[in-house]
Design a protein around this ligand. Sequence first.
Ligand code: DQA
Length: 143
Amino acid sequence: GKILLLNGPNLNRLGKREPDVYGHETLKDVEEQVRQLVETKHYHLDAKQSNHEGDLIDWIQAAEGEYSGIIFNPGAYTHTSIAIRDAIGSVTVPVIEVHISNVHKRESFRHVSMLAPVCAGQIVGLGTKGYQLAAIYLLEEKE
Ligand code: DQA
């Protein structure tokens, strides 16, 4: 089986971007940690990042039938994108929404997720560990 790790806008700057909020690990570090975990269960990980809404939509659509789950940090599109919500709603592959920071402790515009109602679940505020926890969930669901 295969799992898709998707990261949205500005997450390419992980490690350099507001380290007090998002930590010092880079996106490459995070992708490697999740890959190792997924491979111990003999699954394959594909990891993609884009700053462009349309790329994320294309990848979600293409995931149908290809992946058993998507681990997705949509960045700020979480709070704005009806188009990404519709893409998630259009596929049957389960999507776990991940946020590194505790969005509920931050500005009120981060308290609302446009995507949560169409996601299988949400992991918020547990740092980059949240990506691994999402992987554990998806791998156990498939056993
Ligand atoms: C984020 C939270 C969002 O509000 C923000 O726009 C991000 C990162 C997080 O991982 O905590 O880009 O998704």
